[in-house]
Design a binder for this molecule. Structure first.
Ligand SMILES: O=C(O)CCC(=O)c1ccccc1C(=O)O
Ligand SMILES: [Mg+2]
Length: 321
């Protein structure tokens, strides 16, 4: 049995993140602390993303308020699938508690750096390129009109070195006609690694068609936000890329089982979680045997990570449980 506590956190983004889903200014979530009878401690994080179909923060808080304490391993593995972010948090806290070698390097060398959206990329682009070792970058699209965005895109690729690969993430915000235009340009310019979620999840068949009509890869993200959706898309014929956000996908063990069962092409990706969720997600990404894809964890620039005592402060200044 494990005694456990939780705390709700709020973390401002250094500048708002603009995506097709809107402007994001504050990351909110819950930190979980599990304690074993022998005193070992494990940390986990609930970082919901309701726009992707996960539970909301308030649903997660209610869930925590009603969960038994102490908690058994069986109840951790019985968290219902409507709470994928909670499943991830409690399973990762349990794994954290059982990990022997905590000092293993987890930060990826091969990551995809998330660029500022739209024209905001230009003033800082040279500094970003100079400060990063990586060759993979991601830029959000479907936030401005297509003609505006195409102009910005041309200017952007003019300023990127030849060796660089770019991911374009539409967050489901393009029409079919716009997707075809982007894919045609991507096929021609040969710098695009993939276009991520061009259409909303309701247009899954149309995305399947697009993936067959163009050379540039399509990555599903919003369409494959949890284990059930990943399996369904594979079984219905998706052989393209799957963006996996471990913090909202659900059971960690369930995700391992899926990539052992099917030959999935996975890109691991952040939900702007804190270092607690990040560590668990990166550990999982290290276990995944195919290493060619850059990890979508180049997002540290969105937060002030300079306070080593943030967790201790969170624990002593608020009392949720
Ligand atoms: O995947 C990445 O490279 C960066 C992370 C990212 O884009 C993201 C971060 C938070 C929420 C949604 C998304 C997204 O992929 O749509
Ligand atoms: Mg995405």
């Amino acid at each position: 049995m494990y005694f456990w506590q939780f705390r709700v956190y709020q973390r401002p983004l250094l500048r708002p993140l603009q995506t097709h889903h809107g402007l994001w200014q504050i990351r909110e979530g819950i930190i979980i602390r599990l304690e074993a009878e022998d005193g070992r401690i494990g940390w986990g994080e609930i970082a919901p993303l309701p726009e992707f179909g996960s539970e909301t923060l308030s649903a997660a808080i209610l869930f925590c308020q009603n969960l038994e304490n102490p908690l058994s391993i069986t109840s951790i593995f019985s968290i219902p699938e409507q709470f994928p972010a909670c499943q991830f948090a409690f399973e990762s806290a349990l794994e954290d508690l059982n990990i022997e070698n905590q000092s293993r390097e987890l930060e990826p060398k091969n990551y995809s750096y998330l660029l500022p959206t739209g024209a905001a990329v230009f003033p800082c682009l040279d500094d970003i390129l100079a400060a990063n070792q990586t060759n993979t970058y991601k830029w959000k699209i479907a936030v401005n009109s297509l003609p505006q965005e195409l102009k910005l895109f041309e200017k952007l690729i003019d300023r990127l070195p030849r060796k660089i690969k770019l991911r374009l993430d539409a967050n489901g915000g393009l029409s079919i006609a716009e997707s075809k235009i982007w894919l045609k340009i991507a096929d021609e310019c040969k710098i695009i690694e993939f276009i991520e979620q061009p259409l909303p999840p309701s247009q899954w068949l149309e995305m399947l068609q697009l993936s067959q009509d163009f050379t540039t890869g399509i990555a599903l993200d919003e369409s494959v936000a949890n284990l059930r959706q990943i399996e369904e898309c594979y079984q219905r014929g998706w052989r393209g890329i799957f963006v996996i956000k471990p913090a909202i996908t659900g059971s960690i063990q369930g995700l391992r089982n899926l990539w052992k069962k099917y030959p999935l092409d996975l890109v691991f990706s952040s939900v702007l979680e804190t270092n607690i969720g990040r560590k668990s997600a990166l550990r999982l990404a290290q276990e995944y045997p195919r290493k060619e894809r850059a990890l979508g964890f180049g997002v540290q620039q969105w937060f002030n990570n300079s306070d080593p005592d943030w967790l201790e402060k969170l624990w002593t200044t608020s009392a949720n449980n």
